[in-house]
Design a protein around this ligand. Structure first.
Ligand code: PLP
Length: 388
């Protein structure tokens, strides 16, 4: 790339060259429909099933437990709606947290309109769900709990093993939105008490428009998309086989490099956090420190100014960041995540997310630490809220 600095990897990542190379023949040479019986279809079926196996191996799952979807959003919708509809005779109560991605929250809100009851668990000031709160919220009619692995805005990593154990003891299904963590944190579904798990390729250097839902053997879900018999009749629609091949390659690479990558990126993250808190007064870190935070996430509130203003100035210097989440940028609603951890509207508005990735360097972090304090100083000088 150019001298631009991309610090918005939680929103999306670039496709790696190795991934693109793996995908390209599947647009032209190997273009068959996997549902066809002729050789064109058969060779593509082979590639789709090999990719399913690769993804399953990366997660400690079985190939038939991996279902392809068009996005992480669809995987979240399907897990929650598909499970709720298949199991509603056992109860109509669902539990989630107040800091989930909108793909989960808006699905739950829609199900409420259709007669389900939903409990939104609070989080503490660092964004953690308290397992005790989950235990107390489970009722005889609770059928499903959906809690994310790692938060996309503030990087908090939930104790999913502990939360899942509670669900298992109470015989309630457990869905995990792992869209931010897949490829970044180790995930071993052989050991985790998880029934469904969402992941999306474009967050780990794969293509956009392809994702997967892990559905543990024996978990009953209804389709939300009807048509042909793809995915054993559970998710209709011609496979995006080039993207499926790319997703498998991207996850395989991410897992093989995971330990080394996490170490490198954690160092850059902490350098950025320490530098911002040290160089810019009236600043706070949102989310925890240490190993309970995503290795690539930085989220800070910079008092007395608007996050959007900082973003525009950073953008003029070729530095790409985000305020809160990509979905709320451009709207004036403060992030539901920042409000849920107890920030006031005013402080939530002054927040900035810098999410790191594979290609970021120490030099880039130094450059950000050089320009950001100046931007903040200039904006504060113009801010009626700031009295020096
Ligand atoms: C990006 C994201 C999603 C949505 O995934 P898409 O593939 O972009 O639809 C869901 N949950 C979390 C936590 C995310 O970060």
């Amino acid at each position: 790339m150019s001298d631009k600095i991309y610090l918005d990897h939680a929103a999306t990542t670039a496709v790696r060259q190795e991934v693109l190379d793996a995908m390209l023949p599947f647009f032209t040479e190997h273009f068959g429909n996997p549902m066809s019986v002729h050789s064109f279809g058969r060779e593509v079926t082979k590639a789709v099933e090999a990719s399913r196996e690769t993804i399953a191996n990366c997660l400690g799952a079985e190939p038939k437990e991996i279902m392809f979807t068009s996005s992480g959003t669809e995987a979240d919708n399907w897990a929650i709606r598909g499970f709720a509809q298949a199991n509603s005779k056992n109860g109509q109560h669902i539990i989630t947290s107040s800091i989930e991605h909108h793909a989960v929250l808006h699905t739950c809100e829609q199900l409420e309109k259709e007669g389900f009851e939903v409990t939104y668990l609070p989080v503490d000031s660092e964004g953690f769900v308290d397992p005790k709160n989950l235990e107390e919220a489970i009722r005889p009619d609770t059928i499903l709990v959906s809690i994310m692995h790692a938060n996309n805005e503030i990087g908090t990593i939930q104790p999913i093993e502990e939360l899942g154990t509670i669900c298992r003891d109470k015989k309630v299904a457990f869905h995990v939105d792992a869209v931010q963590s897949a490829g970044v944190l180790p995930i071993n579904l052989k050991e985790l008490p998880v029934d469904m798990l969402s992941l999306s390729a474009h967050k780990f250097y794969g293509p956009k428009g392809i994702a997967a839902l892990y559905v543990k053997k024996g978990t009953r879900i209804k389709p939300i998309i009807y048509g042909g018999g793809q995915e054993r009749g559970l998710r209709a629609g011609t496979h995006n086989h080039a993207a499926i091949v790319g997703m498998a390659k991207a996850l395989e690479l991410a897992i093989s490099e995971q330990e080394e990558y996490a170490k490198k990126i954690t160092d850059l993250r902490d350098m950025l956090i320490d530098g911002i808190l040290e160089k810019i007064p009236h600043t706070r870190l949102n989310g925890p420190r240490g190993d309970k935070r995503l290795p690539n996430n930085v989220n800070v509130s910079i008092q007395y100014i608007e996050g959007e203003g900082i973003l525009l100035h950073l953008d003029m210097l070729g530095i790409a960041a985000s305020s809160g989440s990509a979905c709320t940028s451009g709207s004036l609603d403060p992030s539901h995540v920042l409000l849920a951890i107890g920030l006031s509207h005013e402080i939530a508005h002054g927040s900035l997310r810098l999410s790191l990735g594979r290609e970021n360097t120490e030099e880039e972090i130094k450059r950000v630490l050089e320009v950001l304090p100046k931007i903040v100083k200039n904006l504060r000088a113009m801010s009626p809220l700031y009295q020096g």
